[in-house]
Design a protein around this ligand. Structure first.
Ligand SMILES: [Zn+2]
Length: 185
């Protein structure tokens, strides 16, 4: 159901999948981010386009030269965190850091006349940052929901946020400010 959704806006949740939450690159912080994100999307369901990207690699994907095998399509490592998928208006499988690269994300957003994006997920400094970059160069206005992001290596999180502000002009909000936008007044 698309009727009644906030016009021109979408929320993109990057890679809250098995290997980044509980698996190979998972952490207690990642689980906390995934659980908090689940609470937020429950409140936003039916009010907002909610797109969830899913790192979904082919076997022997060239990216494995950097990271080793992870998020192989068809395995639990590539599945969205428990309970999330039901709240997605669209799930975007991706093979690259930037969710816009080689996917139908941009075409989908343009068909829905979306110009403003809220973005969060894992890892702040890798797939989140590259997806923010992809959005910036396609002309979207971007707000990062900072406390619903985390990095595989947590020390990289704050630096990545600073770079996204400096390079792409992103606005920063936190989870409760984001939810406030959707509370009926
Ligand atoms: Zn990957």
């Amino acid at each position: 159901m698309l009727h009644g959704l906030r016009k021109g806006e979408a929320y993109i949740i990057v890679d809250l999948v098995g290997d980044f939450v509980t698996g190979k690159f998972g952490s207690s912080k990642a689980v906390q981010v995934a659980m908090s994100t689940l609470e937020t999307v429950k409140k936003m369901s039916g009010k907002m386009e909610i797109l969830m990207t899913r790192d979904a690699h082919i076997t022997d994907d060239p990216e494995f030269r950097i990271w080793g095998e992870h998020c192989v399509d068809g395995t639990s490592g590539s599945e969205l965190y428990d309970g999330l998928a039901q709240y997605a208006t669209r799930i975007i499988p991706k093979r690259h850091y930037d969710a816009f690269f080689g996917s139908d994300l941009d075409g989908y957003l343009r068909a829905r006349e979306v110009t403003k994006l809220y973005i969060s997920g894992i890892s702040t400094d890798i797939c989140v940052q590259h997806t923010v970059s992809g959005a910036f160069f396609r002309g979207y206005e971007i707000t990062l929901v900072k406390d619903l992001c985390t990095s595989i290596d947590e020390k990289n999180h704050e630096d990545a946020v600073k770079r996204m502000i400096a390079n792409y002009g992103v606005s920063i909000i936190n989870q409760w400010e984001f939810e406030e936008l959707y509370v009926e007044k």
